[in-house]
Design a binder for this molecule. Structure first.
Ligand code: ZN
Length: 136
């Protein structure tokens, strides 16, 4: 039986946001959040405006303390949680939202369909068509 009063912080358990039962960690990839401009850095990190601008000038900042990870609930199936590790090493979790997906590394939200490539292909073929006409 899990003891909720346990102070062993290094063994961290995550609960399903729907039914509160314990989630299984699938051990998948961590999709870290990143911030690509000074305004985002300023919102998410405890830094001065000047420091935020400096960080932004070096490219996107990857936040190693915040990431999206896949979990599994026996009742609700696969869940994506946005995790946040604080200075003490404790990790808080919530369901990953649209904003989290937008700023995570190398991912697209699995709950939304992939952007269609057909429109791109269509435009490309049209461009090739006009190219031919130009030289034809
Ligand atoms: Zn559940």
């Amino acid at each position: 039986m899990p003891n909720k009063r346990s102070k062993r912080a290094h063994i961290q358990k995550f609960c399903c946001p729907y039914c509160e039962s314990r989630l299984w960690r699938l051990g998948g990839q961590r999709h870290y959040l990143y911030y690509s401009n000074a305004a985002e850095i300023l919102t998410n990190l405890d830094v001065s405006r000047k420091k935020a601008t400096l960080i932004a000038a070096q490219g996107a900042y990857i936040d190693r303390l915040k990431w999206i990870e896949e979990f599994f609930c026996e009742d609700h199936g696969k869940l994506w949680l946005r995790l946040h590790q604080n200075e003490e090493g404790l990790i808080s979790s919530k369901l990953a939202g649209d904003e989290d997906w937008k700023s995570s590394t190398g991912t697209i939200d699995p709950s939304t369909p992939n952007p269609s490539v057909s429109e791109f292909t269509y435009r490309m073929s049209r461009r090739q068509g006009s190219y031919k006409r130009y030289y034809g």
